[in-house]
Ligand binder design. Structure first.
Ligand SMILES: Nc1ncnc2c1ncn2[C@@H]1O[C@H](COP(=O)(O)OP(=O)(O)OP(=O)(O)O)[C@@H](O)[C@H]1O
Length: 240
C-alpha cells in the first residue's frame, strides 16, 4: 500500500504571548485524508495553536510545513490550500451571501464563481436568502455562510476551530454531512473542539493539548467507543 503523504507538519512549535509561554514544543502531523481533532481544557492554548497553524499568528519558534512548503505568516500558500473556520466569520455585513462569496471567490481566484456560489448556498440552506444583506442574519445563518465561504476555494486542508458552536441540530447535521463528504474526497481536516460527541463522530485521531503541550494522542479508527474516549481524556487530563 502507498504510504500516505503528510499534508501538514508542525515541528517544535512554541508561542509566547506577552511574557507567557502558551505553546510548548508542539510536534504534530496531519496526513492526507486524515481527520485529527485537538481537544483540551479551557485555556490550554487550542485557539493559539489554531491561529499559528493557519497563519494568523507567527509562532515564536519551530516550523510549519504545509504540503512540502515551509509556511510564513500570511503566506499565499496557506491561503490557497487551507480553508479555515475560526471564531471570526470574515464576512461583510453590508453584502449579501452571494456578494460575500463572489468577493472571496475573486480573492482566491476561484473559477466559475457564480455557479459554485449558487451550489454552495443551496447546500448550506441559504439560497432563498442569497440577495439579503447578511447584517440581519442569525449566528447560525452566519456560520452556514462562513462554511460556504471556506469551501469555495476547494481547499486541500480544512481547519475548523469549534465549528459546531452556536449551531442548531439541523446545522450540526449539515456541517457533519459536509465534513464527511470532504473526508471521502481525501481532504485532510483538523478540528479544535470541546464537543466529544462530534469529535468521536468525525475524527480518526485525537490529540490532547494541556498547558500548551500535546500530552497524548489516540487513534479512534471506529474501534474506540465514546465512553472509552471520554475516560481516556479524563485520565490524561487529570493525571498528566
Ligand atoms: N494576547 C494574549 N496575551 C497574553 N496571553 C494570552 C493572549 N491570548 C491568550 N492568552 C492566554 O493564552 C492561554 C491560551 O489561550 P487560548 O485561547 O489559546 O486557549 P484555549 O485552549 O483555546 O481556551 P478555550 O478552550 O477557553 O477556548 C490562556 O491562558 C490565555 O489567557
Amino acid at each position: 500500500m502507498k504510504e500516505l503523504e503528510t499534508m501538514l507538519e508542525l515541528k517544535k512549535i512554541t508561542k509566547m504571548l506577552g511574557d507567557k509561554l502558551i505553546l510548548r514544543n508542539i510536534t504534530l502531523s496531519l496526513k492526507e485524508g486524515e481527520t485529527l481533532a485537538v481537544v483540551g481544557p479551557n485555556g490550554a492554548g487550542k485557539s493559539t495553536f489554531f491561529k499559528c497553524t493557519v497563519g494568523l499568528l507567527q509562532p515564536t519558534g519551530g516550523e510549519i510545513i504545509l504540503d512540502g512548503e515551509v509556511v510564513k505568516k500570511k503566506s499565499a500558500a496557506i491561503k490557497q490550500k487551507i480553508g479555515f473556520l475560526g471564531h471570526e466569520s470574515f464576512l461583510y455585513n453590508n453584502l449579501t451571501p452571494l456578494e460575500n462569496l463572489r468577493f472571496y471567490g475573486k480573492l482566491y481566484k476561484v473559477k466559475d464563481i457564480d455557479r459554485k456560489s449558487t451550489e454552495l448556498l443551496k447546500e448550506v440552506g441559504l439560497y432563498l436568502f442569497r440577495d439579503v444583506p447578511i447584517r440581519s442574519f442569525s449566528r447560525g445563518m452566519m456560520q452556514r455562510l462562513a462554511i460556504a465561504r471556506v469551501l469555495l476555494a476547494e481547499p486541500k486542508i480544512l481547519m475548523l476551530d469549534e465549528p459546531h458552536t452556536g449551531l442548531d441540530q439541523e446545522a450540526v447535521a449539515l456541517l457533519n454531512r459536509i465534513i464527511k463528504e470532504k473526508q471521502k474526497t481525501g481532504t485532510s481536516i483538523l478540528i479544535i473542539s470541546h464537543d466529544f460527541e462530534q469529535v468521536h463522530t468525525l475524527a480518526d485521531r485525537v490529540a490532547i493539548l494541556k498547558k500548551g503541550k500535546i500530552v497524548d494522542t489516540v487513534q479512534l479508527n471506529g474501534e474506540m467507543g465514546l465512553a472509552e474516549m471520554k475516560d481516556w481524556y479524563e485520565k490524561v487530563v487529570m493525571g498528566a
